[in-house]
Write a protein that binds this ligand. Structure first.
Ligand code: GN1
Ligand code: MG
Length: 368
């Protein structure tokens, strides 16, 4: 059944050659992803098919408009300096009608992109070179889009990194107690409520005009970068669903949340959870040197704070979803959202304890 649907979608995207097989890609908490293998001109050609989660992305066509426009923009920039951009930016396929998407009979919204040859991605890594490379990748992304017209982007998820709004939703979930889980999470709830002031600071600074809105990726976890399988150098940033106006501090911070943690984002053993300052430094070196002079002094001063804001915000979102009965993030076992939330609370507190040190490292690599 699934295979039939997958083959039908491939046909819509005019993929040539002989279909071989598909596999499920089990990363990402939102969309459903498949890798599909074709045989053409004596070689295997593979593609990534995704069924977009339309509960989360209520206007998926707007998502694809953002993505196609941003990837074309980046492609043109890369082609100014090298012959091909094939491995350095995603290439989405069009249907016969010229659309970057197709629907299946069950109402599913699908898209398809070429798989980047000899690439790998990591959910979590201890390899400092890979971490520094991921910093370079997101810094480069920021630089490529520094002159992209921000106002042309669709706001595909309103209030996405509006930390104040995330807290409002959290309070609503506590009041409604839809899944009857408030009692067992009393301590976690109190812990997150106590961090509201610090977590909402970058957002308030943007509202006050201290921090500018830029084109940002907004989902900068380590698994959203592809690396060369042999050299471990960065190739391309992926998962462009949430490219929207945002803060540099948020892209930096959301990356640190994952890249500079001692463990995975759902570590149950909280004694293992901490900020790894060496990893933090590796990412920061990559990111700050790669955005070069493209960020203001105020933005540089907001980076470490952004890491705290994004770690708290993400934890608040996991806990809110747990309280609501796991409606948003995919879970692989019953209390995964609670485990994720607890892990983020410990990580955020450790970051707060090291804020000065984190800030000093950002200062060290910054040049105007
Ligand atoms: C989701 O889809 P994925 O796994 O890249 C989420 C991010 C969270 C992340 C936590 C659209 O990202 O905001 O930070 O999970 N994406 C959306 O791992 O909500
Ligand atoms: Mg994503």
């Amino acid at each position: 059944m699934m295979e039939k649907q997958i083959r039908a979608v491939c046909e819509k995207f005019c993929i040539k050659g002989e279909y071989r097989r598909y596999e499920i890609v089990n990363s990402g908490h939102i969309n459903t992803t498949y890798r599909v293998y074709f045989f053409r001109n004596g070689a295997i050609k593979d593609y990534i098919l995704q069924k977009v989660n339309t509960y989360v992305f209520t206007d998926p066509i707007a998502v694809m408009e953002n993505i196609s426009s941003v990837t074309e923009f980046i492609r043109a920039k890369i082609k100014q300096k090298q012959a091909t951009a094939k491995r350095n930016v995603l290439h989405y396929c069009k249907t016969e009608d010229g659309d970057y998407y197709t629907y299946t009979e069950d109402g599913g919204f699908w898209r398809c992109c070429r798989y980047i040859d000899e690439s790998v991605c990591y959910e979590h890594t201890d390899d400092l070179k890979v971490i520094e490379e991921s910093g370079i990748a997101f810094g480069e992304f920021q630089r490529y889009l520094s002159d992209y017209p921000v106002k042309d982007l669709h706001i595909v998820i309103p209030h996405f990194h509006n930390t104040i709004w995330r807290y409002e939703n959290f309070r609503k979930a506590i009041d409604e107690n839809l899944a009857g889980r408030v009692k067992e999470t009393e301590q976690d709830v109190a812990g997150y409520l106590s961090l509201e002031e610090i977590a909402t600071k970058p957002y308030r600074q943007q509202k006050a005009g201290i921090l500018p809105l830029r084109v940002t990726h907004n989902d900068t976890k380590t698994s959203n970068v592809l690396f060369d399988a042999k050299t471990r150098e960065h190739l391309s940033v992926i998962d462009l669903d949430t490219v929207m106006p945002g803060l540099v501090a948020f892209d930096f911070g959301d990356a640190i949340r994952v890249a500079a943690s001692t463990c995975a984002e759902d570590e149950r053993d909280l004694s293992k959870v901490a900020l790894d300052i060496e990893k933090y430094e590796a990412f920061t070196r990559g990111f700050v040197s790669s955005v070069k002079g493209g960020i203001t002094e105020a933005e540089k001063n907001s980076l470490a704070l952004g890491a705290i804001a994004m770690t708290v915000e993400c934890g608040v979102r996991f806990l809110t979803d747990y309280l609501n009965g796991d409606k948003y993030f995919k879970i692989h076992y019953p209390d995964q959202n609670l485990v994720r939330a607890r892990c983020h609370l410990v990580l955020a507190r450790d970051m707060i304890a090291h804020l000065d040190e984190m800030q000093a490292i950002a200062d060290k690599y910054y040049t105007k």
